[in-house]
Design a protein around this ligand. Structure first.
Ligand SMILES: Nc1nc2c(ncn2[C@@H]2O[C@H](COP(=O)(O)OP(=O)(O)OP(=O)(O)O)[C@@H](O)[C@H]2O)c(=O)[nH]1
Ligand SMILES: C[S@@+](CC[C@H](N)C(=O)[O-])C[C@H]1O[C@@H](n2cnc3c(N)ncnc32)[C@H](O)[C@@H]1O
Ligand code: SF4
Ligand code: SF4
Length: 362
């Protein structure tokens, strides 16, 4: 395995300007899925992510501007092999210029799949404008359809708004709609089956996500989290799951076909994202940029590489070369798994990153 990224300054070879190697890492993975955080701010306080009091939000001048976002995505797509873009956060809908950002990205990249991960608060008002601007599809995080459990988990009483947002997105044609749900023991675990039935009835693709140690409160424990195996057992009370024959193709979610027990009628599919117990790092294609323009090569990286400084140094061809090269170097150093040399969230040598999921970009 080469120690130095081909084309990097250290290799002594001439810079490749990105196109030959793209966002290659030392384990041979190539990142083509760019995840860009638009803000660290959020209007919910999900227990598995944010502390009750919120966090110290970034000052506006520290955030990537709309122009910087468009430039970075341009570099990613035109020079570094990015093939799909996910806009996330924090909560991307709190960014006032979101629709303009999507419209500008769409003008520059007519074929690029652009998706959004959102908590759905305020989505009802914006769904049509997002679709008109050129958004391809979205994922809405909704962990339960029980008001009490939603309030306890997110610490905000906005469940009806989220449901209305999902409906508005479907009406605006932003399909397929994926619903993300994290289960917390004693809060919403027993509501998993009814959330699946609700999603199947409406043609939404629900995915259950194992809770990862990315909460600002550092309250995660390996023993306390609900595993994929438990999720499958919880669902087995009402449903029969069988492996979806479609190829997984590097996606975090393992998909299952859903039927009622003892019947043959296909009701839809459900995904399970087992980041902790059945990790998928060997096929990881993701590169993340935080809202302040730092590359995080892995969700659990403890190294962050700043692109904002270079972006603000100038916008000549040479400046673009420098940004692309630094991004490539950051990705070359991507760890093998979970921010380390091996998979193992919760292992003795695992160190939780300082940032919460909201400050990385989920
Ligand atoms: N460990 C790990 N978990 C991830 C990664 N990407 C996504 N996840 C988890 O999967 C969840 C769902 O991710 P989303 O971005 O909503 O969806 P997606 O993974 O892009 O799936 P699609 O919409 O099917 O493309 C996230 O909230 C994370 O919990 C990753 O790179 N590493
Ligand atoms: C950080 S949020 C950002 C986008 C938006 N605010 C939302 O909630 O959809 C992206 C995704 O990360 C997931 N997430 C947050 N903290 C997590 C954790 N500790 N473990 C697993 N998933 C987590 C959320 O459920 C959500 O689906
Ligand atoms: S998961 Fe999303 S909605 Fe919940 S606190 Fe984190 S950023 Fe906000
Ligand atoms: S933990 Fe890191 S290497 Fe593994 S899938 Fe997530 S981002 Fe990729």
């Amino acid at each position: 395995m080469p120690e130095v990224r081909p084309g990097s300054e250290e290799s002594g070879a001439p810079r490749l300007g990105g196109t030959e190697t793209g966002l290659l890492d030392q384990f041979g993975r190539v990142a083509t899925d760019m995840r860009l955080s638009l803000t660290d701010k959020c209007n919910l306080r999900c227990q598995y992510c944010m502390p009750e009091a919120g966090l110290d939000w970034l000052k506006k001048d520290k955030l990537l501007t709309a122009e910087e976002i468009v430039r970075l995505v341009g570099l990613g797509v035109n020079r570094l092999g990015v093939r799909e873009l996910r806009l996330t956060g924090g909560e991307p809908l709190v960014r006032a210029d979101l629709v303009e950002i999507i419209a500008a990205l769409r003008r520059n990249h007519p074929e690029l799949p652009i998706s959004l991960t959102t908590n759905g608060v305020g989505l009802a008002k914006k769904a049509q404008a997002l679709a008109d601007a050129g958004l391809t599809r979205l994922n809405v995080s909704m962990d339960t359809i029980q008001h009490d459990a939603f309030l306890e988990l997110t610490r905000r009483p906005f469940l009806d708004q989220v449901k209305a947002g999902i409906e508005a997105a479907a009406a605006a044609g932003l399909k397929p709609i994926k619903i993300n749900a994290v289960l917390l023991r004693g809060i919403n675990d027993t509501t998993a089956g009814e959330l699946l039935q609700w999603s199947l009835d409406r043609g939404y693709e629900l995915r259950f996500i194992e809770q990862m140690p990315l909460d600002a409160d550092h309250g995660w424990t390996r023993e306390g989290m609900i595993t994929a195996e438990e999720i499958r057992a919880l669902l087995a009370t009402d449903f029969e799951l069988s492996p979806d024959p479609r190829a997984r193709d590097g996606a975090p979610a393992e998909r299952f076909e859903v039927r009622h027990a003892g019947t043959s009628q296909l009701l839809g599919t459900v995904g399970i994202i087992a980041s902790v117990t059945e990790p998928f790092c060997a096929d990881c294609r993701r590169t993340r940029i935080t809202a302040e323009g730092k590359v995080m090569s892995c969700l659990f990286s403890r190294t962050e590489v700043d692109l904002l400084e270079l972006l603000r140094a100038g916008d000549s061809e040479d400046d673009d070369d420098a940004v692309a090269a630094r991004w490539q170097d950051a990705m070359w150093a991507k760890p093998k798994a979970h921010g380390m040399g091996h998979p193992g969230l919760g292992d003795a040598d695992f160190v939780q990153p300082d940032r919460s999921m909201s400050a990385i970009g989920g």
